[in-house]
Design a protein around this ligand. Structure first.
Ligand code: SIN
Length: 290
């Protein structure tokens, strides 16, 4: 009889979201079916996992992320030339006033099928600051008042890359970006395809407006950009800012975060300028939200 495998050791970091995992080499996890399955189960439960001292190669980083699914690059943020799915989030004194990450968002919600998750490794942390905050959007939904849950049931919203990454581009380039990546429409409340959990799925980074708000109950004129709609959208977007649903991670060199992008949002704190902060993110393709 073979001895049972030692299971992954982890410590929850808050009551709802986040766990730090100990004694694991992520290079091995990429090659070990059973270990990967255990880690994936923990990820579904805690939504974001943290690891320290992962001196892995870029190939191992990519291999680990590919265990979850195929990777995708980013149309604006550049990738590693050898590994197109490995996006370089490199900041230094020349990055100001670039504030893209300084807002709660789920990655790529402007895609028809937004990423299911990501594996982010810290290459160079700033001496101080540059933390990242993740939010449990299942808890953020559960915490909504009953009448708001009833109001948003069945609502859909528009998500736009043009309104976010395109904002700083000249008009021509902005329009080209929108043509290549047309806005996506997603349910405001989605169901997690693996856990069945109910998730609030609008974010301050990419969600622009509701697309089916104009019922006779909601507006006098048949428009989606009604003030009432904006108030409701802003209320939902603000749910991500409630600390009760958040976990904050302090980076060190070679620390890694793996998150479920379907059930979380995140915010990269930009308090460290003009110091250097270099991160590499492997984004994993996801499904169309339902
Ligand atoms: C991201 O927004 O995906 C990157 C987060 C970070 O750099 O901490």
């Amino acid at each position: 009889m073979t001895a049972p495998r030692p299971s992954i050791k982890s410590e929850p970091l808050t009551c709802t979201i986040g766990a730090e995992v100990f004694g694991v080499n992520l290079g091995h996890v990429a090659r070990d079916e059973a270990l990967f399955a255990e880690m994936k189960a923990l990820l579904l439960e805690r939504k974001v996992l943290f690891f320290r001292d992962q001196d892995i190669t870029r190939a191992e980083h990519v291999a680990l992320a590919e265990r979850f699914g195929a990777l995708e690059d980013h149309p604006i943020v550049g990738s590693d030339p050898q590994y197109p799915g490995l996006v370089r989030i490199y900041k230094d004194e020349n990055s100001q006033p670039e504030h893209y990450e300084n807002i709660f968002h789920s990655d790529g919600s402007w895609r028809e099928s937004p990423p299911m998750g990501a594996v982010l490794r810290c290459i160079d942390p700033p001496p101080l600051g540059g933390d990242t905050v993740w939010v449990d959007m299942v808890a953020a939904y559960a915490d909504l008042p009953t009448h708001v849950k009833a109001q948003i049931d069945g609502l859909r919203a528009r998500h736009s890359i043009e309104a976010a990454f395109g904002a700083a581009l000249p008009m021509q380039k902005r329009h080209e970006l929108k043509q290549r990546y047309p806005d996506a429409e997603h349910p405001v409340v989605r169901t997690h395809p693996e856990t069945g959990e109910t998730i609030l799925f609008v974010n301050g980074g990419f969600t622009t407006h509701f697309v089916n708000y104009h019922t006779p109950n909601n507006v006098r004129h048949g428009v989606d950009f009604a003030p009432g709609a904006n108030d409701l959208l802003n209320l939902l977007i603000r749910q991500a800012t409630i600390p009760d649903h958040q976990v904050r991670w302090r980076w060190s060199k070679n620390s890694v975060a793996i998150w479920d992008n379907r059930s979380t949002q995140h915010y990269a704190v930009q308090d460290y300028w003009p110091a250097v902060r270099r991160m590499e993110r492997a984004g994993i393709r996801g499904d169309r939200p339902f």
